[in-house]
Unconditional design. Structure first.
Length: 278
């Protein structure tokens, strides 16, 4: 990214052995700022242009738009693959900083973007998001070599409906999908131990979590919107498994070349973020 301040901002992306070990034990890693104030401002503005104004600088629409101007102002605003509509968003969610850290956390040879997700939880709005695992919704990815990177675009405090991780829950394997992911009540799986870790972070920081880690969030009870941009990532070793529908499958099939079952993902639907070969 070529945003204000970037030349003087060199974030740390090499992880210490104890950080990787902690991720293996807990299923999450919260990193110091990977985006400076100028970058955060530019990314947030680009997201607002796409979501609030429905303007697509690239001329290409996001893959899925769950909220548009005129919809319920208290509902969560959610858009998938807005990177297609904005070069600024593309540069953020495919940034090698994210890929390098994700790659180290799961010992991957490289990292691709699975899809991005813009999330805006309005002040005094949103609903409870019950405990769930990201990979449970991505079963067309055969291997759970996936990491979610949650980029904070504002300071997230405890009253803003922050994400909550259930530490260590990724070790219990794949859980049944919840009946509904968003509503009024939480639904914690039975006999599931683990500390509930409230993810209160500063703008520019990134929370990384394993694809099997149970997590959720509450309503935003503050007077300030909670704004984040998510980069869902997969290892370059991940392969295609048909079965559970996902919008990525539809978009993937529009490509000139399509992986066969058991073949690795490739092509423009899944941009490269980082490779250990470089």
């Amino acid at each position: 990214m070529a945003q204000p301040g970037i030349k003087n901002f060199i974030p740390r992306t090499f992880l210490a052995a104890d950080e990787i070990a902690a991720f293996e034990t807990r299923g999450y890693h919260i990193h110091e700022a990977l985006f400076d104030a100028g970058e955060v401002s530019a990314i947030r503005e680009a997201c607002a242009v796409v979501c609030d104004r429905g303007a697509y600088a690239t001329g290409v629409a996001p893959d899925v738009v769950y909220w548009k101007p005129g919809d319920d102002p208290l509902a969560v605003r959610k858009i998938d693959n807005s990177w297609k509509a904005s070069d600024v968003i593309r540069d953020a969610v495919t940034h090698p900083r994210l890929g390098h850290i994700a790659g180290q956390l799961i010992n991957a040879p490289g990292i691709r973007l699975w899809h991005d997700q813009y999330l805006y939880k309005p002040e005094r709005g949103g609903k409870t998001v019950t405990w769930h695992q990201d990979w449970a919704y991505w079963q067309m990815v055969a291997e759970c070599e996936t990491v979610t990177c949650w980029i904070a675009l504002c300071d997230v405090t405890v009253d803003m409906g922050p994400m909550v991780y259930l530490a260590g829950s990724h070790k219990h394997g794949l859980q049944p999908l919840p009946e509904g992911i968003s509503g009024e009540e939480e639904c914690r799986p039975e006999n599931m131990d683990g500390e509930e870790v409230v993810v209160t972070i500063k703008a520019g920081q990134v929370g990384f979590h394993h694809g099997l880690l149970l997590h959720g969030s509450g309503k935003n009870m503050s007077e300030i919107p909670r704004v984040g941009l998510v980069s869902h990532t997969i290892s370059t070793a991940c392969t295609y498994k048909p079965g559970q529908h996902h919008f990525n499958e539809d978009k993937m099939k529009e490509q000139p070349t399509i992986p066969k079952p058991g073949e690795r993902f490739s092509g423009p639907q899944f941009p490269m973020m980082w490779s250990s070969d470089k």
